[in-house]
Write a protein that binds this ligand. Structure first.
Ligand code: HEM
Length: 243
């Protein structure tokens, strides 16, 4: 009797698609790290305008070293650009979720995709609104030299900014927390049902903290008195007194 050996040939196309999926996951994780940091720093506005200004100045030390833009591009913009572009490919090509996830995860699978679309719109508006990249298009209202008052003035310049940011924060936090949970499976960290359940609790807790921080920051900037903005003077005073 002749024995038949079953071999599964992987085409170059499948190999590159697999690598792209892994890179998509990795860039999602990289951007998740940045978002955690970003939302927590923004929430410092709740403890006073000078706290937020202080944090922004610490980050902008990189600017004085001449490496802020390259660091920002390498760790934030290129990863999210790849994640978003390949995410659109996934959105356009994925069909049923039944084969990828157990039945209980179907809602989360769909929400992951819906939240991606909301983030895409929100992120474009947010970059235009606050980041220097928005300058040629009449945006870029945030100035790191007067961080709290310019962010607050930008937020208070239109009554719809607060609800838009609240929706953006909600979509981002859901996508991030659910994404970290699936990424742990993707990378083989949580294999069994027990570890996936524990990871689920941790992701819900992380999502809750970030959601509160994000909404707190929106509230903090909406209620900050721009006219009294003296955050730069306050930071200078702290630095002069050596604290
Ligand atoms: C705040 C910005 C974002 C963060 C922090 C983020 C993070 C993540 C993470 C950690 C994952 C899980 C990857 C995995 O399962 O291995 C993920 C999945 C996904 N992301 Fe994002 N993402 C963001 C924005 C976007 C955008 C703008 C899009 C595209 C429009 C997008 C599309 C997707 C899609 C389609 C998935 C599901 C992939 C799958 O099920 O295999 N994401 N994201």
């Amino acid at each position: 009797m002749s024995s038949q050996t079953a071999t599964t040939a992987i085409s170059p196309r499948e190999k590159y698609y697999f690598l792209a999926r892994r890179l998509h996951s990795l860039t999602g994780l990289m951007f998740s790290g940045f978002v955690c940091f970003h939302l927590l720093i923004n929430a410092t506005v709740l403890t006073g305008g000078e706290s937020f200004q202080f944090c922004v100045e610490k980050i902008h030390i990189l600017e004085h070293m001449g490496i802020l833009v390259p660091v920002e591009m390498a760790t934030i913009f290129f990863p999210i650009a790849f994640h978003a572009l390949f995410g659109i490919v996934i959105l356009l090509t994925s069909q049923s979720n039944m084969k990828d996830y157990p039945y209980g995860g179907n809602i989360r699978y769909t929400l992951q995709r819906l939240s991606a679309v909301v983030i895409l719109v929100f992120l474009t508006m947010h970059i235009w609104h606050m980041h220097w990249l928005g300058k040629p298009f009449g945006g870029a209202q945030f100035d790191p030299a007067n961080a709290t008052s310019t962010a607050a003035a930008a937020m208070q310049s239109w009554s719809l900014w607060a609800p838009i940011y609240a929706i953006g924060v909600a979509a981002t936090v859901f996508h991030l927390a659910n994404g970290i949970w699936t990424a742990l499976i993707t990378w083989g960290v949580t294999i069994g049902p027990r570890s996936q359940r524990v990871a689920g609790y941790c992701c819900v807790a992380l999502g809750a903290v970030l959601f509160v921080a994000g909404l707190g920051a929106v509230r903090g900037f909406m209620t900050y008195s721009v006219a009294d903005g003296n955050e730069t003077a306050a930071v200078e005073q702290v630095e002069e007194s050596g604290h």
